[in-house]
Design a protein around this ligand. Sequence first.
Ligand code: SAM
Length: 234
Amino acid sequence: MNNNYDFVLKEIYPDLTDKQLKQFTDYYDLLVEWNTKMNLTAITEKKEVYWKHFYDSIVLGKYIDLNNEFKICDIGSGAGFPIIPLKIVFPNLQISVVDALNKRIVFLNEVVNKLGLTNVELYHARAEDFIKEHREEYDIVTARAVARMNVLSELCIPFVKIGGRFIALKGADGINELIESKNACKVLGAELSETIEFHLPFDESKRVIHIITKIKKSPGKYPRLFSKIKKNPL
Ligand code: SAM
């Protein structure tokens, strides 16, 4: 059986080099190997990982131009999605990877070393604490499968520079969640620029990407403690 799924990545980026394709293979191998020791992903079949994690992460570059030396922060990266696949495709990016669980950061450290990725900073931290040193620092902040939009907006928007963007990668329900985040955007000095809807070619499941632009400084009291955000979302 042919076990090569490079075509999934080449569907969007036909010019990916052998080095980049190998980085994806190595990433897949590490993911599956480490997943036996810790909970990283429920998806382990190669074909599914290539579509549902890799393609789903890198598709963002189809909609926004990432060919700059952008400073990007990914909040709640887990096993590295979407930031590691994006970094492989766009090596020019300067990435900060934040997750509340140290074991996931330990895994990502291994990925970064094995793949030889540079300009990567890994942080074991909660967004609510990480903000202290990184307020309004990033051109782009991404988050995928971390929280609903009303909670996520408060966790992410304070990190974005004025004129920068917060990008939320969502499943089908992402459309309904948008209404919830309207007030959060207003309070945090941001506004929705664009919502992109598409279907994953693999199984036609729906995906939604919200692009939110920061227009003015977020008040210094946000993000609040997580218990407060959850209990009383903006
Ligand atoms: N983004 C990855 C993906 O799409 O597969 C991981 C999703 S996983 C469901 C959510 C991750 O967010 C977990 O690894 C969790 O530790 C992290 N997380 C949740 N709340 C967080 C917070 N407030 N600050 C930092 N990380 C957080």
